[in-house]
Write a protein that binds this ligand. Structure first.
Ligand SMILES: C[S@@+](CC[C@H](N)C(=O)[O-])C[C@H]1O[C@@H](n2cnc3c(N)ncnc32)[C@H](O)[C@@H]1O
Length: 401
């Protein structure tokens, strides 16, 4: 979006046009006729930008309750933190009265930080258009912040030197490609090495290589893995006065509420052959390595099937949003013929295959089995049991489990 398009879209006339477009048919089929109509009154670039924004607002409704009045570019929306995720990290800043949001983009995190009671926020980005959008987006929520355009690879601007707490969200995509190493983030993670903040939170990708974080975790920083609806969403590095150490696991519920498991320095659960129930911990628990802490939370003796696999097994079923649980009907070292015979004798109908730590792909197994049973549904879990490639035949979780 160029400057002229932005100036128009933020004007009263632009907002009216966008409000009208919100009620229009924005489906793929209608785009050309709509664009042709807009171009009668507007330069092509502005007409195109208005249509793109109107469509982005629709998409952004998943992340933002006020999406219909907000401003985005395609990339900036994709990179932005939605209300739930941003609200979760902003909670850690309660008690700080001045907060910097570094790499603020279109303001997803700034919005949440500006809602921290008693806090004033400065958002910083190197991109002037994103800063303009962030300002407008905060006013869509009746919130405000100060804004600085600067490059974080340079020494921090003077205005930030008086601030004690900061949130930093570097870009983890470069020219559309996902970046895996923290050294490739934009800007790279090591810009934080010279920053003087007493408390610093950094958003990282959930798959971040923990070895790359050792300079920070070996010197007192902690990492929080956050999941929502059973999906790993992000990792956060918390340094300084936040008081984190080790790896934490947080789980956000559908209503935005959340719970955290913290490391208790417990010994790993003992090993065992599969017992009556198989548990698959929430991915944040797995990434944080908090299997014993999960067992303590569920108040249940739990066992690992294998040193290297994050499945747990137990004698009883417990209902918990922290783990999925399947009744184990049988298990065996993997053997196609034996497995097929056992599925037959158990009267299995519809079959699902899952795997963790197995070389066999679920689709390949389903193809090889050519399963056409007509009994009760079952799940075959391909995994390791004490270093042996094994198959567990499980029932479907009971309602609520
Ligand atoms: C992941 S996005 C931030 C998203 C933001 N937290 C949100 O919720 O909307 C990263 C931001 O860092 C900015 N950025 C990248 N390199 C930068 C640099 N060297 N200095 C300042 N900002 C930079 C990008 O312009 C981008 O807006």
């Amino acid at each position: 979006m160029d400057r002229a398009a932005w100036d128009f879209l933020i004007s009263a006339a632009g907002r009216d046009l966008l409000a009208g477009l919100a009620a229009a048919d924005l489906s793929e089929n209608n785009l050309l006729p709509l664009l042709t109509r807009l171009r009668r009154d507007l330069p092509a670039e502005i007409a195109g930008a208005a249509l793109t924004l109107a469509r982005l607002r629709g998409r952004a409704a998943e992340k933002f309750s006020q999406a219909g009045s907000m401003f985005f570019t395609t990339d900036a929306l994709e990179q932005s933190s939605g209300e739930e995720i941003a609200g979760w990290s902003a909670r850690r800043f309660v008690g700080w009265d001045r907060i910097a949001d570094l790499g603020c983009g279109i303001g997803g995190d700034t919005l949440a930080l500006a809602a921290v009671p008693g806090a004033s926020v400065i958002g910083l980005d190197r991109d002037a258009l994103r800063l303009n959008m962030a300002r407008a987006n905060l006013s869509a929520y009746d919130r405000a912040a100060d804004w600085i355009q600067a490059d974080l690879r340079d020494p921090l601007p003077l205005a930030l030197r008086q601030i004690s707490a900061a949130f930093f969200d570097p870009a983890r995509r470069d020219s559309g490609q996902r970046v895996y190493s923290v050294r490739g983030y934009l800007p790279p993670l090591d810009v934080i090495d010279s920053w003087p903040f007493e408390a610093l939170g950094v958003k990282l990708s959930p798959g971040v290589d923990l070895d790359e974080l050792r300079p920070y975790t070996d010197t007192g920083a902690g990492i929080e893995f956050v999941s929502r609806d059973g999906e790993l969403k992000e990792a956060l590095l918390w340094r300084g006065a936040f008081g984190f150490r080790g790896r934490w696991a947080s789980r956000l519920g559908p209503d935005g509420s959340g719970e955290t498991l913290i490391p208790l320095d417990l010994a790993a659960p003992p090993l065992s052959e599969p017992r009556a129930y198989l548990y698959e911990p929430d991915p944040a628990v797995i990434r944080a390595g908090l299997l014993s802490e999960l067992a303590a939370r569920l108040n249940l003796p739990m066992y690992r099937l294998d040193e290297t696999i994050a499945y747990l097994t137990a004698d009883t079923a417990v209902m918990s949003p922290w783990a999925r649980c399947w009744p184990v009907w049988d298990w065996m070292p993997f053997n196609l013929k034996r497995l097929r015979a056992r599925l037959e004798s158990l009267g299995v109908g519809e079959l699902t295959v899952k795997k963790r730590g197995s070389p066999i792909q679920p689709d390949d197994l389903l193809r090889q089995l050519k399963w056409r049973g007509s009994g009760r549904p079952a799940v075959v879990v391909l995994t390791q049991v004490a270093g042996r490639h094994s198959a567990l035949v499980c029932g479907i979780p009971s309602p609520g489990i």
